[in-house]
Design a protein around this ligand. Structure first.
Ligand code: ATP
Ligand code: MG
Length: 362
């Protein structure tokens, strides 16, 4: 693994929080793009284990378990550790330091106005008692991203508001501490001597997959999910519980419902999708059960190869393999993030010498 910062290819940074395991919403929203883009980008995939403490501070064991589970989900889904770098957030101190600097150039009210934070507070039932760190994570996420100075961030739709804040912070940092002017175009920031690129969000094929409750976003904190690790039987059972309100096989159905979101998200054969939509909307002797069975088959086909790859990562041996990869990647991630931090500090008149980080063998 290279320890020097050397990336001829443009960079990607994105990631997941270990608040549970990955689900098919992650696949269509972001993971699918990540796997595909590994060929053309220098990819950094972040395990936001520090941010998991914002809502799970009392569950350190669960956070550790889910950190490894998500890493396994990634590898099973096709993330290649030889090509892409897995970033363990808690081992990258530059991220925490940049969070501090960024929190000083973003107004408090701007953070609290973030619609994704508001929705999360509501959906996760955080009420008035969320931790001080909870809203801070939105700024922290900007540091996660900008520490790697990426061009592209593959995410689901709910993250676009966060990315917008990240873009604002990048602009503001460049205006405040580098020669870039407020009137400069986003695409000219680097040319004009800015430190941070203004990165773009790349939303997946389905930006917000609805959960098996048919209502909310499929979300690992809500339990309305089909996991990437689910068996054929579990997939069928979960889809079986998806209620559409339709009464009979001859009732014209609404192809805008949750069930058909799944049809379009997972059935690859376009003609088959058209036929199902046509028959369902006409009530042509087609029950929800028939549609669910077709969806289950399609999801099963998607998850089959992932299950196989994951089987090799189960148990203690699997844990050891994943930990080995994570530890090996820390140096490469730190080489990039430390350089960004140093350049940021230099721009801010804080260049008192460059430090060296390294991981001791365990
Ligand atoms: P949590 O409930 O803890 O917020 P989550 O299921 O929303 O978990 P995150 O770790 O917050 O998962 O999100 C990881 C990535 O997956 C983000 O880019 C997010 O936009 C995307 N994503 C999450 N859920 C969906 C979904 N239902 N549809 C499409 N993309 C999704
Ligand atoms: Mg989320």
């Amino acid at each position: 693994m290279a320890t020097q910062e050397s990336s001829p290819r443009p960079r990607i940074l994105t990631g997941d929080t270990p608040t549970g395991r990955l689900h098919v919403g992650h696949w269509v929203g972001s993971l699918e793009n990540r796997v595909r883009l590994q060929a053309d980008y220098d990819c950094f995939f972040l395990l936001a284990n520090m941010h998991a403490f914002t809502t799970r501070a009392e569950q350190p064991k669960d956070i550790r378990r889910d950190t490894l589970e998500i890493a396994k989900d990634w590898l099973a889904a096709g993330i290649d550790p030889e090509r892409s770098t897995l970033v363990l957030q808690t081992e990258i101190p530059a991220i925490a330091e940049l969070t501090w600097f960024f929190s000083m150039i973003v107004p408090f009210n701007r953070v609290m106005r973030n619609p994704t934070l508001k929705t999360e507070i509501e959906l996760k039932g955080l009420g008035e008692h969320y931790s001080f760190g909870f809203p801070l994570y939105a700024v922290g996420q900007c540091a996660d991203i900008l520490a790697f100075r990426p061009e592209l961030i593959p995410v689901g739709e709910d993250q676009v508001a966060h990315i917008e804040m990240c873009r604002e912070i990048a602009r503001r940092f460049n205006w405040t501490y580098t020669p870039v002017k407020p009137e400069s175009k986003d695409e000219d920031h680097l040319k004009e001597g800015g430190l941070f690129p203004i990165p773009d969000a790349l939303v997946g094929r389905v930006g917000r997959l609805v959960g098996t409750d048919g209502k909310n976003k499929m979300s690992k904190s809500l339990g309305n999910v089909i996991y990437l690790t689910d068996s054929s039987k579990e997939i069928k059972k979960k889809l079986g519980a998806l209620y559409t309100g339709r009464q009979s096989m001859t009732e014209p159905g609404d192809t805008g419902n949750a069930l058909f979101t799944y049809v379009r998200a997972f059935i690859k054969d376009e003609q088959k999708v058209k036929d199902l939509e046509d028959r369902y909307s006409r009530g042509d002797n087609i029950g929800d059960g028939h549609v669910k069975a077709d969806i289950a088959t399609a999801i099963d086909e998607l998850l089959g190869p992932m299950r196989e790859r994951r089987a090799a990562l189960e148990g203690e041996k699997g844990d050891a393999r994943v930990l080995e990869i994570l530890r090996a990647h820390v140096d490469k991630a730190n080489a990039v993030a430390e350089k960004t931090l140093y350049l940021a500090k230099e721009a801010m008149g804080l260049d008192f010498g460059r430090r060296v980080l390294g991981m001791e063998p365990k």
